[in-house]
Each structure stands twice: as C-alpha cells, then as structure tokens.
Design a binder for this molecule. Structure first.
Ligand SMILES: Cc1cc2nc3c(=O)[nH]c(=O)nc-3n(C[C@H](O)[C@H](O)[C@H](O)COP(=O)(O)OP(=O)(O)OC[C@H]3O[C@@H](n4cnc5c(N)ncnc54)[C@H](O)[C@@H]3O)c2cc1C
Ligand code: SF4
Length: 566
C-alpha cells in the first residue's frame, strides 16, 4: 500500500494524526460521511489480548509488585496511577521518548500511550460539560481571554457525543455544570447519599454521581458494565468508552478509513508556494524508516503537547518559529488541572457497610460541582475561578486495628465506612507556562523533543488550603467523624493528565493559533482538533469537551471541503 492511497487505490482526502478521544471522532465522522481517511497513530494496534481486566495478579510475572522494574523504562509513565504491570506496554518508553524540564520546574508528562485508542485506554472516564462560566470566564473576572465560542453552539455536539459514548449521570440543573443526555445513574451508597442531602441543605452545594463513560444500558453492541472495576486494563464487554473499539471501529467499518499504526509523525509537509499542508512525514516505529502520507487536509489529534510538538517540528522558512505560529502563541498557555492537591477524609461509623475482598466495584465515584465564583454567588476573595471534588465512600476492613489475637481478628472484620473528597482546580492560562523544542533533545526516532515548564500561580496555590477546608466543612455537615483535612502543597504539575492550551483558539489571529473550528489561522487546510485548542481550562475534566469540539469542527471541515474551500 502506498501511503497516499488506500487499499482500494483511492487517494486519501484527510489525514488524521492520533486515534484517541479526538482523532477517533474525526475519523468516524469523516469516513461515515464518505470521506477517504488515513488515521495514523504512533502506537500499535489494539487487539482482544489488550482486555486484561479479569487477569489476577498471580497471572503476572511480578504480581504487579515490581514498580521499580517498570520505572527502569517508564520512570515518568509509572507516576501515573493507571500504569501498572497489567498495561505498562501501552505506555511510551520514557528513555526512548524523553522530554526535559528546567531543574526547578518539574512536570510529570504522564499518559503518553502508544496504542490505538490513546489515553482512552486508561482514562478515568469522568465526563463533564463546560458552561459559559468557563467559556466566558474572562468576561466574568477579567483574567485571560474568552473562548471564541459559547455553550449554546457546543450543546448539540455534547448531546451527540454523550448519546454515543454512554455517560451514567444525574441531572442537577446547576448552571456551572450543564446537564447532559445521561444513561441511568449507577447510584450512590448510604454515606454518599447522606453527604448529598446534608450538603445541599446546609451549604447549598451539589454533590452528585460522577458523570462517567461507563454504560448502564447496552448500546451499539456494547454491554452494560458488570462492575468488575479496573477499566484501565481494558474491557472485553466494551462497557467503558475507549475509542479503539468505538469510534475507530466505526470508522474502519465504513471501508473508507485506513489505519496506519506505528506511524510516529515527525512533521507536517508544506507546499510553501500555495501555503498548504500536503501531508506528513512519519517514522515507522518498527523499521525506523521515514515515510510520507499525503492528502488534501491534515488534522492533528495527537494529544495537546504531541500536536504542538509536531507543529514546532514543522517549522518552515515562512513559519520559522513553528508552523501556524505567526502569533507567537504556540506552546504558551499550557494548563493542567490542580489535581488532588487538597481535600478531606471522614468516617461514618453509624452507616456500616459490608466490606468484601472481591465484590462488585462501581467504576465511578461522586462529584461536587464547583461552588466558588459562581454566576449568581458572591465573588470569592481568595482566588479567581473554582474547583470541583471527586470522591467516593467505601467500606474497608479495619486493617489498622490495634491489638492481637481474637480481639484483633474481630476488629479487622469490623468495617470502617469512610468517604474521601479530592479537589480538582482550574489553572489560569499564563504565557510563562509553556512547551518548546529542547535544543539538545531528540527521541530514538531522531525527532526533536519537548522542553516543558509549568508552575502554579498564587491563584492555584490559594485554592489548595481552601479545598481542604471546604471538603472538611462538607463532611462536618454530613455528620462524619474523624475528619482529616489534607493538602499536597507541592503537587507537581502534570499529574492532572489534562494538558490543554498550547495552540489556543481565539477570534484574533494575533493572539491565537486556531479559530473557533480548530483551523489554523495561518494554514487553512491544517487543523488541530485535540485539547491544544483550549482557551482556558475550567475545573472539569476536559475529554468530553475535546470530543464535542472535534465533532463540531469536523462538521465545519466537511462543509468547507464541499464548498471547495479546502
Ligand atoms: C490515567 C488517565 C486518566 C484520565 N482520566 C480522565 C478523566 O477521568 N476524564 C477526562 O476527561 N480525561 C481524563 N484523562 C485525559 C484523557 O484521556 C485525555 O484528555 C484524552 O484522551 C485526550 O484525547 P486526545 O485525542 O487529545 O489524545 P489521546 O487520547 O491521548 O490520543 C492521542 C493519540 O495520538 C497518538 N500520537 C501521539 N503522538 C503522535 C505522533 N507524533 N504521531 C502519531 N500519533 C501520535 C498517540 O499514540 C495516541 O493514540 C485521563 C488520562 C489518563 C492518562
Ligand atoms: S467496571 Fe465495567 S466498564 Fe470497567 S472493565 Fe469492568 S465491566 Fe468494563
């Protein structure tokens, strides 16, 4: 097969780079509409052997206990809670594909998967809409820029994505977290329900079920979840959303999408005279040989930082500081969420639950909707923007029981019902948080690597103690005992694994890289449809918005192709 045409001998019309959350949708929408697509991914194919959720530790060579061994090849990827002996082969080898940071500004770039489906293989599936409190945050508090689009135009695309993905959730009617098209809720347990009712009564804040991409009703040949638990190891019943067996599979089923795996894209190729992208240069990861693929349109969906890296590496005489970077904004305004930096735990001895060693495991928790700096509430003096909480209640064996002998055995079997809340805070978009090409760095394929630098501003730092205080306040309101607030003041950026913003959208080409359809202001047949486009981050997990934006922009792209504009 020539990389300019598919098996049927037809020329590709669009190249989509990356088969994860965003790329899967772009390929599906295009191929189903009749467009010939090549979907290139740096990772290998996803196969049935990648469903490992029912494997037991004793099926593994090191019983999932050889953390240090994994760190030898994946020192950064192992920072990620989801990277285990079950699945570490899905993650990039950090020694082969390094990046750097200034010594005093560490950044943990995790979740660099190298398998079709990208990060959706291992994601936590929490799926929240942004509201105009996020899209128009700058108008509200004067910091940064508004997005070039608002909630109303994205709402139908959220609907479309949610109905296909399958999100369990509860409608709440809260402006800051618009409701969606939910599947039946997984349900809250007693302690969570008590938190929900008492927090609403006493504080007016909303505790709801986490909105998660786990099916409670079968759709599209995917079964309802059977609560086995470890979705980050795969799911043979396809009950969580992973683009490998949903959007990408749909695109492939059309016969119009050619999947090119192990294709590590180096740069976008340009026709400088026509100022058009003509294709991409990639390195075959297996043979290490350079190859090219060509098409009318190039869409980058390689994950925010990887797409930004490709744009920097595509510099030309005209765009000497990065392709499509006439604004000088490319690489800047890196954001991640302030992840699990503050919260609290408490116990509910009056609500005993029966602990089990291997019982049903709801793959979802609870969510507390942002309550600082809301549309109708008072402006919060300590910081701009806000944070939400993720958490859950569970009953565990009392493994810390004191004593020994019969009394100890009895005490171990006395369950402790606990409930924990962890804050996820919005990061302000600051120019000094950035990625750039490391002048000395190349990966094993000879592709220049990134240098990343990010620090928290005083605004984020001020959220951390507030998270601990408000979480404790909620637990207090719910009547919890032994409440323990906690903070992690030195949380390293990157742990949120929600990097966005490094090729931001905007109405003004002088201050942004992309327009509202994720189209390069400079090179019209070049699009970046992943989270690089975010103008600000909100405090909600980004992927639902990434997917809704990609679907909207793909509609626009197809319209422009039909009109002959691309
Ligand atoms: C452990 C974990 C938990 C998470 N939990 C949540 C959550 O609960 N909610 C939420 O909203 N988000 C969550 N996220 C983030 C979420 O997974 C990402 O926001 C989302 O997958 C991003 O989609 P994407 O299309 O931009 O990139 P990805 O889904 O990562 O896909 C990018 C694809 O591009 C490929 N690629 C990269 N570089 C190149 C290249 N040079 N050439 C060719 N291909 C390339 C990769 O192999 C990959 O397949 C989580 C992430 C992780 C790792
Ligand atoms: S908990 Fe549900 S979605 Fe997750 S792996 Fe098990 S069956 Fe699949």
């Amino acid at each position: 097969m020539q990389p300019t045409q598919d098996d049927a001998g037809k020329r590709f019309e669009v190249l989509v780079i990356g088969s994860g959350a965003s790329g899967g949708w772009v390929a599906k929408q295009l191929a189903e509409a009749g467009v010939r697509v090549a979907l290139l991914d740096a990772g290998r194919a996803h196969t049935a052997k990648d469903h490992r959720e029912h494997m037991r530790p004793f099926d593994l060579k090191y019983r999932d206990r050889a953390t240090e061994l994994m760190r030898r090849t994946r020192p950064r990827q192992k920072d990620c809670y989801a990277c285990t002996e079950y699945n570490y082969d899905w993650f990039a080898n950090d020694l082969e594909e390094p990046y750097s940071t200034p010594a005093d500004k560490p950044f943990s770039w995790q979740g660099r998967t190298r398998i079709v489906g990208g990060r959706t293989n291992v994601w936590g599936r929490q799926s929240y809409r942004l509201s105009d409190q996020d899209f128009k945050a700058a108008s509200f508090d004067g910091y940064g820029e508004d997005w070039p689009l608002g909630y109303a135009v994205l709402a139908p695309y959220y609907d479309q994505v949610e109905e296909y993905v399958g999100i369990t959730g509860m409608s709440e009617g809260v402006y800051e977290l618009p409701d969606g098209r939910f599947q039946p809720p997984m349900g809250l347990n007693c302690a969570e329900m008590r938190l929900r009712t008492r927090v609403k009564d006493k504080l007016g804040w909303t505790v709801t079920l986490g909105r998660a991409a786990n099916l409670t009703k079968a759709i599209n040949g995917r079964a309802a979840c059977h609560y086995c638990g470890p979705c980050e190891r795969g799911c043979m019943t396809k009950s969580y959303f992973n683009s490998a067996f949903t959007t990408v599979a749909d695109a492939m089923a059309t016969g119009r999408c050619t999947l090119i795996t192990n294709a590590m894209v180096y740069k976008v190729l340009m026709d400088p005279d026509r100022n058009r992208a003509t294709g991409v240069l990639y390195i075959d990861r297996v043979t290490r040989q350079p190859r090219e693929a060509h098409a009318r349109v190039v869409v980058l969906c390689a994950q925010a930082l990887e797409s930004t890296r490709i744009l920097f590496n595509s510099a030309t005489t005209r765009y000497s500081n990065g392709l499509g970077n006439s604004s000088g904004v490319l690489g800047h305004y890196l954001q991640d969420h302030l992840w699990v930096a503050g919260g609290a735990n408490g116990e509910f001895p009056d609500l005993p639950q029966k602990p089990t060693l291997d019982g049903p495991h709801r793959p979802d928790g609870i969510y507390v909707i942002r309550f600082r700096n809301t549309k109708e509430g008072a402006r919060y003096k300590k910081f701009l923007r806000g944070y939400g909480f993720q958490g859950r209640s569970s009953a565990n064996f009392n493994l810390r029981a004191a004593g020994f002998g019969d009394a100890f055995k009895k005490a171990v079997n006395e369950p402790v019902t606990s409930l924990g809340l962890s804050g996820f805070g919005e990061t302000l978009p600051r120019r000094e948080n950035l990625v750039e090409i490391d002048p000395g760095g190349v990966d094993v394929f000879g592709i220049p690597t990134l240098r990343i630098q990010m620090t928290w501003s005083d605004n984020e730092k001020a959220m951390i103690p507030d998270m601990a205080e408000s979480a404790a306040e909620m637990l207090e309101a719910a009547g919890a005992k032994n409440i323990q607030p906690w903070t992690v003041p030195n949380r390293v950026p990157g742990f949120g694994i929600h990097e966005v913003g490094t090729a931001r959208m905007g109405a003004d080409p002088k201050t942004s890289v992309l327009n509202q359809f994720q189209q390069s202001h400079d090179v019209p047949n070049l699009f970046v449809m992943d989270g690089a486009c975010f103008t600000s981050s909100g405090c909600q997990n980004p992927t639902l918005t990434i997917m809704a934006l990609a679907v909207r922009s793909t509609d626009y792209l197809m319209g422009e192709m039909k009109k002959g504009n691309l």
